[in-house]
Design a protein around this ligand. Sequence first.
Ligand code: FES
Length: 103
Amino acid sequence: MSEYHIVASTAELGDEDQVHVNVNGRDILLCKHAGKYYAIDYYCNHAFLPMEGGTMQHGLITCPYHGAEFSLADGSAQAAPAWEALTSYPIQVTNESITIAVT
Ligand code: FES
């Protein structure tokens, strides 16, 4: 069963910012892109390097190492060299708290 965990306040994340958070031992990249919040695996599944610092455009994030692209909304792989989806985590914003659900 999923449980929501507070990971940041909305004041901590400006538009196009990314923050590394750890929830129950999982490394997660919390992002704000075009006014929306997203949470995906922190590590790319191609060579297990950090997604942090990847360019965000048109709802996609590009891995800064070898250019794989993933949907921020559902983690699906959109461009080689990654073919499998990253895990994407449900997010809720309540008042000024950003929470992520992790099973
Ligand atoms: S580590 Fe992300 S594309 Fe290679």
